[in-house]
Design a binder for this molecule. Structure first.
Ligand code: GLU
Length: 419
């Protein structure tokens, strides 16, 4: 899928912004590579008795603002370049939305769909054990990402707790976020990334005076992020007209029922075959005219090829890194606006932070409280980006990077660099 180049793309954005804002050169040098790159190999016995060796990564990009934070991805295309890029995006994201957290990302190169539940659990536990003290509730806090979920997180937590000294066990609940609510998770985490995308769209609609109830939208990827975003935008009265995932594309100009589609995808693993809709190709998805497109799948999906096909007013990036620099150039020429990943999908890590705080304080917040706090943080970040677009005469991605890097730069300047 061409994701070998994701780090290069993220660095390209980073370097452009550094030039524009004249970022301190030492800060630029430090942030252009991760602090730590941890790669582990570990064996797991499969259900048929044979052993397989798995490769896992944890890339810790920056802990300047707080402990390393970021998801764990299970996917057959996971590679070092990708995880490094995603870790860097986490640093930018956490700083942008003003969390006391740094940036990290991890992953295992395998497709969980091809293994039994027991095998996936064993992979998770062995990976956690292999990471050992490289992670910790005050050091590096994993979370779900593509291919992982609350089930994965609770296995990580359980493994970590079993390796702790007894007196540390219950202080260790915050070792991961995105846990099931019954095991120290928070209300509102599962939906946070998807609803956060729509909260950002709401602010954008206020800014541009757009009535969301009159808009049409399309979504790529109908998993955890895409389906929650689909439902939240539907609740505004917007019309979902096209959805694409690894099984194909469905289009219905009359509107697709976002709730029913979510149930269908849960049962069938993809959108193909939904109701009586014909399964179409990927290009049909990108050439379907809509007001708002939400890419919520893999990175590098909107290259110049897809961008040329698109007729869209706003791209709200639910996925990390879905638009390549060349794709972005084409979209700019068409006056398509982009709500960048580091802002649009920050809802996930914001509510992860809320979970971590609740774990530390042994508190329990209800869903309204979580969503209220989430909305407040995202809307503040959105409007600070808008202000920055005016100050620097730039697009929202550039503005988001500037805001984020300013915070990191100021922190480095105040603390100085050791020794
Ligand atoms: N994996 C999510 C992201 O890319 C969430 C990370 C987290 O909650 O730590 O933002």
């Amino acid at each position: 899928m061409g994701n070998q180049r994701l780090f290069e793309y993220v660095l390209q954005n980073f370097n452009n912004v550094c030039d524009m804002m004249d970022l301190d050169s030492s800060v630029r040098t430090i942030l252009s590579q991760p602090k730590n790159e941890i790669i582990v190999h570990f064996p797991v016995q499969l259900d048929d008795g044979t052993y397989e060796l798995f490769k896992g990564y944890r890339i810790q990009h920056s802990n300047m603002l707080g402990p390393y934070k970021g998801g764990i991805r299970y996917h057959e295309d996971v590679r070092l370049d990708e995880v490094k890029a995603l870790a860097m995006l986490m640093t930018i994201k956490c700083s942008l939305v003003n969390l006391p957290l740094g940036g990290a990302k991890g992953g295992i190169k395998f497709s969980p769909r091809k293994y039994s539940e027991e095998e996936v659990d064993k992979v998770t536990r062995r990976f956690t054990a292999a990471l050992g003290n490289n992670i910790g509730p005050a050091h590096d806090i994993p979370a779900p990402d593509m291919g992982t979920n609350a089930q994965t997180m609770v296995k990580m937590m359980d493994t970590y707790m079993n390796m702790c000294n007894p007196d540390q066990k219950h202080n260790s609940r915050g070792i991961v976020t995105g846990k099931p609510v019954d095991c120290g998770g928070t209300e509102g985490r599962a939906s946070a990334t998807g609803t956060g995308v729509v909260m950002c769209i709401e602010e954008w609609a206020k800014h541009r005076r757009v009535d969301l109830s009159k808009t049409t939208y399309s979504i790529q990827g109908y998993g955890n992020v895409g389906s929650w975003a689909g439902v939240a935008l539907h609740n505004h009265g917007a019309k979902l007209v096209a959805v694409n995932d690894h099984t194909g594309t469905i289009v219905d100009e009359r509107g697709i029922d976002s709730h029913a589609l979510r149930d269908y995808v849960k049962e069938h693993g993809g959108v193909a075959g939904y109701r009586d809709l014909e399964t179409q190709d990927r290009n049909t998805f990108f050439s379907t005219k809509v007001d708002i497109m939400i890419p919520a799948a893999l990175e590098n999906q909107i290259t110049e090829i897809e961008a040329k096909l698109m007729d869209v007013r706003l791209v709200a990036e639910g996925a990390n890194g879905p638009t390549t620099p060349k794709g972005e150039k084409v979209l700019k020429k068409k006056d398509t606006e982009i709500l960048p990943d580091v802002l649009a999908n920050a809802g996930g890590v914001i509510v992860s932070y809320f979970e971590w705080v609740q774990n530390k304080r042994s508190e329990y917040w209800d869903e309204d409280e979580v969503n209220h706090k989430l909305k407040k943080k995202l809307s503040k970040a959105f409007w600070s980006c808008v202000e920055m677009t005016q100050d620097y005469d730039c697009d929202i991605r550039t503005a988001a990077y500037i805001g984020s890097l300013k915070r990191l730069e100021s922190s480095y300047k105040l603390r100085g660099i050791f020794p």
